[in-house]
Structures are given as C-alpha cells and as structure tokens.
Design a protein around this ligand. Structure first.
Ligand code: SF4
Ligand code: SF4
Length: 367
C-alpha cells in the first residue's frame, strides 16, 4: 500500500515565510492525528557537531514545540550521546553544543533532554528478537516518552548512504552501548598512547574486564561483553570502540533499532532536504551541498519519507564544484558520493520488518 508524503518547496512571499509554510505542511501531513494531551513528546533532532553548519535551524523546532503545546502535549528536544570522541559524547558537552548551536529554550520553546543521560549509559532495554538485535538499548528518556517526532536533516552518510528519518531514529536513539551494538560485533580497546593511567575506567566495568598492565589500562576481550560503558568513563578519549560491521549489516541493525524506538508509540516524521551535504552532521565541517536545496517533506511513514527524499535528491540539480559533480556518476547521486553504501537496501529492509512502505504518493502543497 502506498503511503502519503507531503512536500513544500522553499518559495516564500508576503504573508508566507518558511516557518508558516512548515506549520502548514505538518498539519496537512496529519500531525493532528496524534493525540498529544498530557503526552511526553520527544522531538528527535541532531544538534550538529560544532563547526558543522548544515544542521536544521532551531527556529523550526519552536514551531513544532509550540504546536505540540497548543494541543496540550509536553514536548522536549532530544538526542543521545555519541560513541566517538567529539563535542556530544556526554550530556554536559552535548548540552553545551546544543545551546551553542541555538537549541536553547528561548529559541526552541522547550527544554533539551539528553536521552541517554550523563555518560550515555542511561538506557532502556527493548526486547525485539529480530535477525541481528534481540534487545535494543534505547536512551531512557526517549523510550519513556509517549510520542516520537523525528525532525531530520536529509543528507549523505559515509556508511549508510543517506542520513534521514531511519538513521536519525535508529542510530540516534541508541545509548552508547546501543550504538556499539550497531557499529560493531567487536569490543573496545585502549589506545595506550592516549591513556593517562587514571584508572577511572576500571570502576566503570561491571565485568572486571579492565586491568592495569605496565601502568596503562588494558581491556581483556575474554571478559568484555561490549557494553560500551568504559568509553564514556574515559575523559581522555583513550578508549575506542570497534567499528567492524559491514555497511549492509549496520543498515539492517539501524532499521531494527528504529523499530524498537517506534513500536507501540505514536510517531510522525519531517525531513529537510536543504544543505544536502555529502556527509552527516556528526562531522565538524560540512562540504558544499551536492544538489540545490529542494524543500521540506513530512509523513507518518519514515520509510516512504526517506524514499521520497532520496528520489528528490537523485533528481536534483547538481551543484557546480561539489563532490558529486567531481565524481564519476555511478547508478545514482547518493551512491556516487558514498560509493561503498547501499541506501536502497536499508530502506528495503526497513520495509521488510514493517516500518513502512517504499511506495508513496507525493502531495505538493505548492501550486
Ligand atoms: S579512563 Fe582512560 S585514561 Fe584513565 S586509565 Fe582508563 S583508558 Fe586510561
Ligand atoms: S565495554 Fe563494557 S564490559 Fe567491555 S570493558 Fe568496557 S565496560 Fe567492561
């Protein structure tokens, strides 16, 4: 069965700006079908790594949070901590980054809660018994919420081809251990040169897997269960996760995590196909976009939404001098930019596990 995906372009004029168009879009796309009264509503957004300027403008989140409040809902913005070193790897740095990039209550009209807590270990285990993931590890505040709204910046991604709704929800809502599970079938290791011998990590391990050897921390992989807690405990970024999963399995695991986040909850999804950078907003830079800005899409089906956005990018106007223009065209623009990825497989798998449909009707709000 086809899903409906709604679209508005970026043309504006007197009496109509991008914020009013955004509000009109979400209403037409059926956000009203959700019952918000007294419901904790998690608005999952990427706050952008400092230095990256392609992330969604926080002004849009105010429109959304005001709308949820007008329906007596309880909105908050959220994301989970990252697995890798950067400026979003614990709740304090993550909040600093969010505020620095404009996601503060004055601008957004609601609070920010880091979904998996101070060190990325505040998680809820969600049993799903799927092909790869038996029990997903989801940031507690997100698992605890009643409604999920994903606000996605659609762009390229080095491992998954596209960073859209499925990626924002699946990878983004995983706790640190959840992210470990998606990225790897392996265990973390200590980078000896970076280790300052503080041994804080020893206390973080519930499996007695970390020991001092020659004055440095060492992880015994026989005892390690790959929970990832030690990564967040090291203030010197000396513990590094493995990243040894194939892109195909990674994409399937992300879809399974998305299922774990959305299953049994009301949900709604919005994607901005603007500043379509070749890589995701986790990088502290954003290269020239690969195609011209296209517009804003919304749907209650995250798979159809990602497919519609990907199709729009693949039909977009190539930006001169971009990474896309410089590369030899493979089968589509998205794969050309990140050739080792298979974005369509990730959506096919998401469809197979019941997250949505690859078929859609695109309904434009513009004349
Ligand atoms: S917490 Fe980090 S710096 Fe301290 S001992 Fe462990 S690995 Fe080394
Ligand atoms: S990943 Fe978990 S089990 Fe393994 S060493 Fe770190 S804290 Fe211990």
């Amino acid at each position: 069965m086809k899903s409906k995906v709604f679209f508005t372009n970026l043309h504006t004029g007197h009496g109509q700006n991008l914020l009013t168009k955004f509000e009109k879009l979400i209403i037409k796309a059926g956000i009203d079908n959700l019952s918000f009264e007294n419901k904790f509503t998690a608005i999952k957004v990427h706050f952008g790594e400092p230095g990256n300027l392609a992330y969604i403008r926080p002004n849009y989140t105010k429109v959304l949070s005001d709308y949820v409040k007008s329906k007596k809902g309880r909105p908050f913005l959220t994301d989970c901590n990252t697995l890798y070193p950067g400026k979003r790897k614990n709740a304090l740095e993550h909040l600093d980054t969010a505020y620095q990039n404009g996601f503060n209550p004055f601008v957004t009209g609601c609070n920010v809660i880091i979904g998996d807590g101070l060190k990325g270990t505040d998680e809820t285990l969600v049993k799903i018994d799927m092909k790869h993931v038996k029990e997903a590890k989801i940031g507690h505040a997100i698992a605890d919420s009643d409604i999920i709204i994903s606000l996605n910046h659609f762009k390229g991604h080095v491992a998954t081809g596209i960073g859209g709704a499925i990626k924002n929800i699946g990878m983004g809502c995983g706790s640190r251990a959840g992210k470990m599970e998606m990225h790897s079938s392996g265990k973390p290791t200590v980078i000896t040169e970076k280790c300052r011998s503080c041994f804080t990590c020893l206390k973080s391990c519930a499996h007695d897997a970390i020991h001092e050897i020659n004055g440095k921390a060492f992880i015994n992989h026989t005892h390690c269960v790959g929970c990832g807690r030690c990564i967040g405990s090291c203030l010197f970024d000396a513990i590094t996760p493995a990243s040894d999963e194939t892109n195909t399995i990674l994409s399937e695991k992300i879809a399974e995590y998305t299922y774990a986040v959305l299953n049994g909850k009301q949900h709604f999804h919005i994607s901005f196909v603007i500043d379509v950078s070749p890589y995701c907003d986790c990088h502290n830079f954003n290269d020239l976009p690969i195609v011209d800005d296209i517009g804003i899409f919304a749907s209650s089906d995250p798979v159809a939404l990602d497919k519609a956005c990907a199709d729009a990018v693949n039909e977009g106007r190539v930006i001169k001098g971009s990474m896309l223009e410089k590369n030899k065209k493979l089968k589509d623009y998205i794969t050309t930019v990140n050739p080792k990825t298979n974005w369509i497989h990730s959506l096919e798998y998401a469809c197979e596990i019941g997250l949505g449909s690859l078929e859609y009707d695109l309904i434009s709000l513009d004349k």
